[in-house]
Design a protein around this ligand. Structure first.
Ligand code: PEP
Ligand code: MG
Length: 887
């Protein structure tokens, strides 16, 4: 029979492997058992498993009799080890009750300390400790904490009563409170409970214990825990374990202390103990900032110029023992540890150890250093760094110590941070940025026409749109920080004002965005510049040696190509040529082409675009110096290029010499109800072949030019978007081949090239065997493939997807992390069928998922040849690909 409660410490049997399995006993429980089993001083206790929490939550919040029985038995283990009994009026056992999930969620769930105190046992504690003041202070702490956590009373009421009590006495700090002051306050606290709850503070210690266990179970579903899980991609169905443990006291006078320590510096990674401690205090005092904690080591204290002694100086014996434990634990876990400890009357106890959270910079340094120290091997080092954390190193970040005035929170669409003046349209963004100002472009949602403004802006904020909305995709591509889908942003374009939450703002006001967590803040928050440390390069080099898949980039400007290559891109996986159409200098010719009544008119306009596109491709080929470049022919529906609003129509009418009415009629003709499923992708190439002809010509002419000018012959891969049938591809492939032949003949040059297709429609995936007859490569456009498979609009899903994720309908936003079960199945089918037809077919992914580690792991599993990600995600993809290969 599997156990649901595991005792630890004392003479407990720690041999059941389930007890040291985090998924069973949670991180805290597993590590307490581990520490106890290697002989470290851990106060005895027991862990109620995660499974029991899930059973409780699913079963209508009731405890099973089996659980009650097991807890009673485990409590006897604590009582036997310590030699005290819960509720004993002469010498009571006190316990702590803490949460502990498999993944650490610091501060998100509940804790109760000093449980077991009541009107009788407080006297016993006073007698056994020989310290009345300590006993009554503990009792008031317990009432305060229990009332807040278990009884759900407003803890402000208790804080207030304490403040008033101190004021009445003329005290400044809690330490001045005497025994009778605490006694009086306990009476007052009990009165508050009676008043607020309508019944007395529970005196029955067993009732106290079960109340606390219930509160910890329930705290798994608290709002703040849910939000934390959502932001950190932690599944909602994991549940938490509960740890009940004998209390030890750091507040039993000047030979007692409590503290938190890291075995290495968690922000720099430096190999030096790092931590804080307080004499005569309980753990919560360190965290809550009631008293300013002191430095752990002398070196730190001196570096900071602090007066109060370090633990190393004040308690040399306990410190020496602690330092020994640090080394032991680091060697045991082979990772940096985050440790909570208490010294009770000179004796050291360990309350927790876990792998410490760390910045990306520290993660890299520790991984590389530990290989040097022989603590871990390179493969472990590669797997230890969270690829997503590298983002922190690739974008400017907000100074973590600076205060934040958060107005609202949207989706963290593109990482980094930016402060600047609010601008409400792209032209203003460009103008203001042109005069050297930092601007934040704020839009309801962006359209491709805003690109210049997005480029000019330091950051982008949108009220609508999800993680693969236009704003998000483009911003990530540009490395611009972006917060999207911030529904509390309301814009009044006429008045040039906006509301964010309950604040009124106007164009020109300064705001700050944190693209890492979606926060929108008032005013400027200082930023820190990214720094490419040597450890970063070292680890990436190790990773590159282990990965099988290639990593390309999604880029369409020479600047992006250069950046991506600097980050290690090995080619272009997606060049979205429409971004070139939107360029301010050519949009007139594009519109002229769209508005032309005949093929002849269209060709005349396209002739004007040809040299421009050719120059673009030339610059890209030069930058990519012989690496493969997948260039996608025009994809979005034509109406996206048309003007909006009377002023823009009037302007266009001037330029093309056609009446506004005619232009509007044409725009109307092009209007679509569902443009994502409309006249776009290869459907444009089929109906307006001259567009694709021009683009193919531009590609091959540029390729010939570059091949002639430099030794590095480009390797163009011409990609046809949104193909659903073999026939579409066959027709367009013939067109591309014909143009290539013409250009090669004209230029007297012969170059290798490939023609292939994106797989973005379920039909294309299913028919991949046939389609591969005409395609030399497939690139999975998983943005559209997700949209078309799920029938969920990539631009409109933000409104409901968060709830879907919270309620476990999707584990993660499927536009961020591939829906492996559904969409992934189509990708796998297409890969298999494509290969069956053409064994050497090149397979890659170019949707946003190409930069997501979990999706990259799937790509490795099904043997894709490469992933393609926006430039700033290239290092993430390199590391994730290596981890996938190793795992
Ligand atoms: C895709 O659909 O996944 C893709 C890469 O193309 P786009 O995002 O340009 O539609
Ligand atoms: Mg697409």
């Amino acid at each position: 029979m599997t156990k649901t409660v595991y005792p630890f410490g004392g003479d407990a049997d720690h041999s059941d492997p389930r007890q040291k399995d985090k998924t069973v006993t949670g991180g805290k429980g597993a590590n307490l058992a581990e520490m106890a089993s290697i002989g470290l001083p851990v106060p005895p206790g027991f862990t109620i498993t995660v499974e029991e929490c899930l059973r409780y939550l699913e079963g209508g919040a009731d405890f099973r009799p089996e659980l009650r029985e097991a807890v009673t038995g485990a409590l006897a283990h604590i009582e036997g080890t310590v030699g005290k009994k819960l509720g004993d009026a002469r010498d009571p056992l006190l316990v702590s009750v803490r949460s502990g999930a498999a993944v650490s969620m610091p501060g998100m769930m509940d804790t109760v300390l000093n449980l077991g105190l009541n009107d009788e046992t407080v006297a016993g504690l006073a007698a056994s400790s020989g310290d009345d003041r300590f006993a009554w202070d503990s009792y008031r702490r317990f009432i305060q904490m229990y009332s807040d956590v278990v009884l759900g009373l407003d803890h402000g009421l208790f804080e207030e009563a304490l403040e008033i009590a101190k004021e009445d006495k003329g005290y400044f700090s809690d330490t001045e409170m005497e025994t009778d002051d605490w006694q009086a306050l306990v009476d007052e606290f009990k009165g508050i409970v009676q008043q607020e709850r309508g019944s007395a503070f529970p005196q029955d210690v067993t009732e106290q214990l079960w109340g606390a266990i219930r509160a910890v179970f329930d705290s798994w579903d608290s709002e703040r825990a849910k939000v934390y899980r959502r932001l950190n991609d932690i599944p909602h169905d994991m549940g938490t374990a509960v740890n009940v443990q004998a209390m030890v006291f750091g507040n039993m006078g000047d030979t007692s202390a409590t503290g938190v320590a890291f075995t290495r510096d968690p922000s720099t990674g430096e190999k030096a103990y790092y931590g804080e401690w307080l004499v005569n205090a309980q753990g919560e005092d360190v965290v809550a900032g009631i008293r300013t904690p002191q430095y752990l080591t002398r070196a730190r204290r001196e570096a900071a110029g602090a007066e109060k002694p370090s633990m190393e100086e004040a308690m040399p014996d306990a410190y020496a023992e602690l330092a020994h434990v640090f080394d032991l634990l680091e060697k045991h876990y082979r990772d940096m540890q985050d440790i909570e400890f208490t010294v009770e009357r000179g004796k050291l106890f360990l309350l927790q150890t876990r792998n410490g959270k760390r910045t990306a910079k520290a993660a890299l340094k520790m991984a590389v250093d530990m290989v040097g120290e022989g603590l871990i091997d390179r493969d472990t080092a590669i797997c230890r760094v969270d690829p997503m954390a590298l983002d922190q190193l690739l974008h400017p970040t907000l100074d973590p110590d600076a205060p934040r005035d958060v107005m609202t929170t949207g989706l963290p669409a593109s990482p980094g941070a930016a402060s600047g003046k609010i601008v409400l349209d792209a032209d203003t963004a460009e103008q203001w940025a042109g005069r050297g100002e930092s601007v934040i472009l704020v839009r309801v949602e962006t359209s491709p026409e805003d690109i210049h403004g997005m480029h000019a802006a330091s950051g982008i904020l949108t009220a609508r749109g999800g993680m693969t909305s236009h704003a998000a995709v483009v911003a990530r591509g540009m490395g611009r920080c972006c917060v999207s889908g911030a529904s509390q942003v309301r814009i009044d374009r006429e008045a040039r004002t906006l509301q964010i939450g309950d604040r009124d703002l106007a164009e020109g006001d300064i705001i700050t965005l944190d693209g890492g967590n979606g926060q929108v803040m008032a005013g400027e928050v200082p930023t820190l510049e990214p720094e490419m440390a040597g450890d970063f390069a070292t680890l990436m080099e190790w990773a590159d040696a282990k990965r099988r898949m290639r990593v390309r980039t999604n880029a369409e400007t020479p600047a992006d190509c250069a950046r991506a290559r600097q980050f290690g891109a090995e080619g272009i996986g997606l060049c979205r040529t429409e971004h070139m159409f939107f360029d301010a200098a050519r949009i007139a010719a594009v519109r002229e082409m769209i508005l032309a009544e005949s093929e002849k008119g269209r060709r005349a306009a396209l002739d004007k675009l040809l040299p421009e596109q050719r120059d673009d491709f030339r610059a890209i080929f030069e930058e990519m110096a012989g690496l493969p470049c997948t260039i996608r022919l025009l994809d979005p529906p034509l109406h996206e290029f048309l003007p909006q609003g009377d002023a823009e129509f009037a302007e266009l009418s001037e330029i093309v010499g056609k009446p506004v009415e005619t232009l509007k009629r044409r725009a109307n003709e092009l209007h679509e109800f569902n443009p994502m499923l409309g006249h776009r992708g290869c459907r444009l190439g089929i109906t307006y072949p001259e567009i694709y002809e021009m683009q193919a010509r531009a590609i091959f002419e540029a390729a010939c030019d570059v091949a002639e000018a430099s030794g590095d012959a480009p390797l163009p891969e011409v990609m046809i978007p949104l193909v659903g049938t073999r026939r579409e591809l066959a027709i367009l492939r013939a067109l591309v081949d014909r143009v290539a032949k013409d250009v090669f003949a004209e230029k007297g040059c012969e170059l290798g090239y490939l023609v292939g297709t994106m797989i973005e429609l379920p039909r294309a995936a299913l028919m991949a065997g046939e389609i591969a007859q005409d395609g030399e490569f497939f690139s999975f456009g998983t943005n559209d493939l997700t949209q078309t498979t799920l029938g969920v609009s990539r631009d409109d899903s933000a409104r409901f997807l968060a709830q879907y994720v919270e309620r476990g309908i999707f584990a993660r936003d499927p536009f961020v992390s591939l829906d492996i079960d559904g969409v992934g199945q189509l990708v796998e089918i297409a890969a298999e069928r494509g290969r069956a037809t053409r064994s050497d077919i090149k397979l890659g992914i170019c949707g946003e998922h190409g930069g997501d580690p979990a999706s990259i792991a799937f790509c490795e599993k099904i043997g894709l040849d490469y992933v393609s990600a926006s430039p700033y995600r290239v290092p993430i993809a390199r590391l994730a690909a290596a981890q996938a290969a190793l795992r």
